[in-house]
Design a protein around this ligand. Structure first.
Ligand code: SF4
Length: 236
């Protein structure tokens, strides 16, 4: 009897910092697992996962372990979300996503879009993207420490053009964004014909910046954004 050849999987590196085995909040209306990758090129002052910012090439969790675990979760999860950190900094992301598709799960991604050239070939693998718009696209350095808003804008354009389902969201903190900043973001999103914009209030948990933590976020002035015609959801 012919022997079945073992499936050969290409070697790749994806630094994994942790897994959330079951989440109902990281992908709207989906029961998902979340894979957190290690490393982010930005330093947002409100970051609630600052331990995921440093790049560490070696992680204690190997992708093969995750894949085997997911194999046992078939039928119990709808999808897998890659989050971070910033997953698109890692060349191994595409292969990990392909394997998630092969296992029969839907694939989601949380990204701020710093790497449009990495994101573009991932789009056919993706069922949903949670896209963070940090600031007006010409003011990214103020929030992220890097002047990469044009990368983010290009990434968002690619997502819109490709047509993958997505959610556009912005974190509101009054010390980091002004009402004028929100209006300028709204102007660009209206030009891109974004169907919905989620504005989430800053949450202090995890944030390591005492100055930012000390200021209550309050309510963003969403009434000033009515004229842009984008439905806005306010999220805590
Ligand atoms: S992009 Fe996300 S992970 Fe990176 S520093 Fe900003 S909030 Fe933290």
């Amino acid at each position: 009897m012919a022997q079945r050849a073992p499936s050969v999987r290409p070697a790749f590196r994806l630094p994994i910092a942790g897994i959330e085995p079951l989440s109902t909040v990281d992908w709207p209306d989906e029961l998902c697992a979340v894979v957190f990758t290690q490393g982010c090129g930005w330093h947002c002052r409100y970051c609630h996962n600052p331990h995921l910012i440093p790049f560490k090439p070696n992680s204690t969790i190997r992708w093969e372990q995750v894949r085997q675990w997911l194999d046992r979760r078939k039928g119990l999860l709808d999808g897998v979300v890659f989050s971070g950190g910033e997953p698109t900094h890692h060349a191994g992301l595409a292969e990990a996503m392909k394997q998630v598709v092969e296992l029969g799960f839907r694939v989601g991604l949380h990204t701020g879009g710093p790497q449009p050239k990495v994101l573009e070939p991932l789009l056919p693998l993706l069922d949903w993207v949670g896209f963070d718009v940090k600031a007006p696209f010409d003011r990214y350095a103020k929030i992220t420490g890097k002047d990469q808003g044009m990368n983010a804008l290009l990434s968002l354009r690619r997502i819109r053009e490709y047509g993958v389902a997505h959610e556009v969201r912005t974190t509101w903190h009054p010390a980091l964004l002004t009402p004028g900043d929100l209006r300028r973001i709204a102007e660009t999103l209206a030009e891109l014909q974004v169907e919905e914009w989620v504005i989430q209030r800053f949450r202090p948990n995890g944030c390591e910046d005492p100055e930012i933590r000390a200021i209550p976020p309050g309510d963003p002035p969403i009434e000033q954004l009515d004229s842009f015609g984008i439905p806005i959801t306010l999220r805590n």
